[in-house]
Write a protein that binds this ligand. Structure first.
Ligand code: PEP
Ligand code: MN
Length: 303
């Protein structure tokens, strides 16, 4: 039987909370009760969900070879283990930059060969899954698509690791059930990402729900990471929230970094500059150490 609500997920999480009314056990694949040990997601050699904290960084969107390559080289030097960069962008206005499409995928694949950094990029449509999966190491399902059930099923059928972002109006229960869709198709390589939700508060772009991290870690065996860029929408607020995310137990972070944030075609106001990223990484190493973890080192590329 499939899980239907958060109470069932919670009851499954803690055997002591299991109902004694004779109800048969519910086998949700996402639940920590079903699988007590943490799932470790392997992204082309980089482990997410193990003891090390994984930093994913890069531009919101791939805009040019120069922009992507200089940003990628710099975030690698700063300690990022995975590169992000949108090729197909879900923009609020159809007149805004929509991404470079396959050309961006080719650039991502070229810079992966040079840096060794695995690549995560968004897939917005079932018809793009095959194409994006042929270039990327990890497929991102964005906030706006968290409840696109045909897409969830399609990426569930692919053999690629999935970065599933929380819908901006999704409850924890809906978020976990979205992951269950992917798991139900046989793919357990899922990383959950808290990226802020819509509340009555307007001073930040979204309200970054850091309480989602310990809640999700309790309810599910899947790794949980945080996106303080979309979560706040404010460049200056990314470092404090990134540090807080590590302190509350996130397995990693995904952050937007741009070599020239002021001229970015997408989300420049929330993108860190290369120097800001380097400074933040130094602080995050200290916080990780304080909680008995460390930041995963980027892979060494043999030349
Ligand atoms: C992104 O990562 O660039 C993005 C569009 O994220 P979200 O789906 O969380 O808005
Ligand atoms: Mn963005």
């Amino acid at each position: 039987m499939a899980i239907n609500n958060i109470n069932e997920i919670i009851m499954e999480t803690n055997p002591c909370d299991k109902p004694t009314n004779g109800k048969s056990p519910i086998q949700s694949k996402v639940s920590r009760y079903t699988k007590p040990d943490n799932t470790v997601v392997l992204v082309n050699g980089v482990k997410i969900g193990g003891s090390d904290i994984v930093i994913i960084a890069g531009p919101c969107a791939v805009e040019s070879k120069e922009q992507l390559f200089s940003t990628a080289r710099s975030v690698k030097a700063g300690g990022a283990a995975i590169l992000r960069g949108g090729a197909f962008k879900p923009r609020s206005s159809p007149y805004n930059f929509q991404g470079m499409g396959e050309e961006a995928l080719k650039l991502l694949s070229t810079i992966r060969s040079e840096t060794g950094l695995p690549v995560v990029t968004e897939v917005m449509d079932t018809r793009q899954v095959e194409l994006v999966a042929s270039y990327a190491d990890m497929l991102q399902v964005g906030s706006r698509n968290m409840q696109n059930y045909p897409l969830l099923k399609e990426v569930g059928l692919s053999k690629k690791p999935i970065l599933l972002k929380r819908g901006m109006m999704a409850t924890i229960e809906e978020f976990l059930l979205a992951a269950e869709y992917i798991l139900s198709q046989g793919n357990d390589q899922i990383v959950l990402c808290e990226r802020g939700i819509r509340t009555f508060e307007t001073s930040t772009r979204n309200t970054l729900d850091l309480s989602a991290v310990p809640m999700l870690k309790r309810l599910t065996h899947l790794p949980v990471i945080v996106d303080p860029s979309h979560g706040t929408g404010l460049r200056w607020m990314v470092p404090p929230m990134a540090k807080a995310a590590i302190a509350v137990g996130a397995d990693g972070l995904i952050m937007e970094v741009h070599y020239k944030p002021d001229v970015a075609l997408c989300d420049g106001f929330q993108s860190l500059s290369l120097d800001e990223f380097d400074l933040l990484m130094a602080d995050m190493k200290k916080i990780s150490h304080a909680i008995g973890r460390k930041i995963a080192m980027p892979k060494v590329v043999s030349v």
